[in-house]
Design a protein around this ligand. Structure first.
Ligand code: NDP
Ligand SMILES: CC(C)=CCC[C@@H](C)[C@H]1CC=C2C3=C(CC[C@@]21C)[C@@]1(C)CC[C@H](O)C(C)(C)[C@@H]1CC3
Length: 418
């Protein structure tokens, strides 16, 4: 089977029709949520109380701010790294090299923004710019994905992603034709996955906290919790940056509109929805409830980090003392599957931890509105779909050994439930 035939045989997301609908629905959902979060009733499913005109969406200043931000993150990515990591082996047996300096980029950005604020940079004004910024980011994502699609037309077959090479232009534009598009040693997918959007999310949250303090004298406890929890999540992702090299996005998915828009627009503007909601709808939160929520977050993080680190350590060095005692199933590829420890509890313990953390991010917003729970609902759907995709890939990779694993570990994400 040629790569194109293989790609056509396993079209995902409902094929060309499905991805055309998603292409329109994703940005529409994002703008709907941004508008609803600042409206009085904050109804997740109702219409927004007003529709902005093009003059409210389009702003050259927002576009300039976006390019300054992207330029800063590119510059920080290019700084000398504490380590250069190798990715997994590619089809042509080569391995790409990636700088590990994401945490350094977060700290340096914080220092620069801190300096800027003390010199009078009005960070608290950022929430007012979210709509035009989201519009500029959406336009940029469309144009950037188009450029990536055109660039991939000249890429060799060995550089194409397994999924985004169907021959249908809309489908391939959405999924991404090339697996690891690069300009010299600059890797676009790796850069976008962990830098501008993820770090941008933290600073949007901070701006919302500052504006709340300006409006109400001090930030609320709920706003502190949401900021703290999400900063921990982003800090963790950058501290363990190397582990992103074994995620499905890096090793399997092409770099097309889905990931470009997801990384650059969806993450910063949608993942900050709880903090946006709290700025416009302050919620009382007592200390006992806050402590209970911190406990839930701690359990989620313990499972998430434990599971991800156990798998990464095992994949890097199966005889590492922390994983050497675990039970395994051998596979025909020479790799083994963990069948005890976190990976013996359910087949995706890291998703379980991530979902528990998502719940802890929404709870500070109280139980009267559905809107702050959008992330939890969307994330559940994303992970259930992702789990099914991963299952198919593992079955293809490991055959019988995977079936044996599924027999020994029957639950996918939640023990005894799913
Ligand atoms: N916040 C967000 O928006 C999102 C967060 N995430 C998070 O990203 C993280 C990474 O997720 P993702 O890339 O989907 O997948 P995983 O990190 O779960 O990786 C799946 C891979 O792990 C390996 N694997 C599966 N079972 C075993 C086993 N028993 N023993 C050893 N290896 C095994 C297989 O690859 P192989 O055998 O080839 O190593 C499989 O393909 C998760 O924590 C997830 O929650 C993901 C999506 C969105
Ligand atoms: C609906 C839509 C726009 C889909 C695109 C999905 C993307 C938003 C997500 C796909 C996988 C992601 C990961 C993270 C962020 C969200 C996206 C890009 C991640 C960087 C978050 C931090 C984690 O610690 C992580 C590094 C494990 C994670 C990797 C996957």
């Amino acid at each position: 089977m040629t790569p194109r035939e293989a790609s056509q045989a396993s079209l995902e997301f409902g094929g060309p029709l499905g991805v055309t609908a998603i292409l329109v629905l994703l940005p529409a959902t994002m703008f709907h949520l941004l508008l609803v979060a600042r409206s009085g009733p904050a109804r997740l499913l109702g219409p927004p109380t007003y529709l902005p005109g093009l003059e409210e969406l389009w702003s050259p200043q927002a576009l300039l701010l976006l390019f300054i931000w992207l330029g800063l993150q590119v510059a920080l990515y290019l700084l000398p790294a504490r380590k250069v990591a190798e990715g997994l082996e590619l089809k042509d047996k080569s391995r790409l090299r990636y700088p590990i300096n994401g945490f350094q980029a977060l700290v340096l950005t914080a220092l620069l923004v801190g300096l800027g604020v003390s010199a009078g940079l009005p960070l608290g004004a950022l929430p007012e710019m979210l709509l035009p910024l989201a519009f500029a980011t959406t336009l940029t994502s469309f144009i950037f994905s188009l450029l990536l699609y055109v660039k991939a037309l000249a890429a060799p077959v060995s550089a194409l992603a397994p999924g985004g090479n169907s021959g249908n232009p809309i489908y391939d534009f959405f999924l991404g034709r090339e697996l690891n598009p690069r300009l010299g040693s600059f890797d676009f997918k790796y850069f976008c996955e962990l830098r501008p959007g993820l770090i941008g999310w933290v600073f949007i949250n901070l701006a919302l906290l500052i504006q709340e303090a300006e409006l109400r004298g001090s930030p609320s406890l709920a706003m502190w919790l949401v900021n703290g929890f999400q900063l921990l999540y982003v800090g963790d992702a950058l501290w363990y940056e190397e582990s992103v090299l074994t995620t499905m996005d890096i090793i399997h998915d092409g770099f097309g509109f889905m990931l470009v828009f997801g990384d650059l627009a969806w993450v910063p503007f949608i993942y900050s929805l709880q903090a946006q909601f709290l700025l416009y709808h302050p919620q009382p939160l007592g200390l006992p409830m806050a402590l209970l929520i911190c406990f839930i977050k701690a359990i989620g993080y313990y499972i998430f980090r434990g599971a991800n680190s156990q798998k990464n350590t095992f994949r890097k060095n199966p005889s590492d003392p922390s994983v050497a005692g675990l039970q395994t199933i051998p596979t025909a590829t020479g790799r083994q599957l963990l069948v005890s420890g976190w990976w013996g509890m359910v087949r995706h313990p890291n998703y379980l931890g991530d979902l528990i953390m998502a719940l802890a991010w929404s709870l500070p917003c109280g139980l009267s509105y559905l809107l702050p729970y959008f992330y939890l609902l969307y994330f559940t759907a994303l992970l259930v779909h992702r789990e099914a995709r991963d299952e198919q890939q593992c079955l293809r990779k490991y055959g019988r050994a995977w079936q044996e694993y599924c027999k020994r570990v029957p639950y996918r994400i939640i023990p005894y439930v799913y």
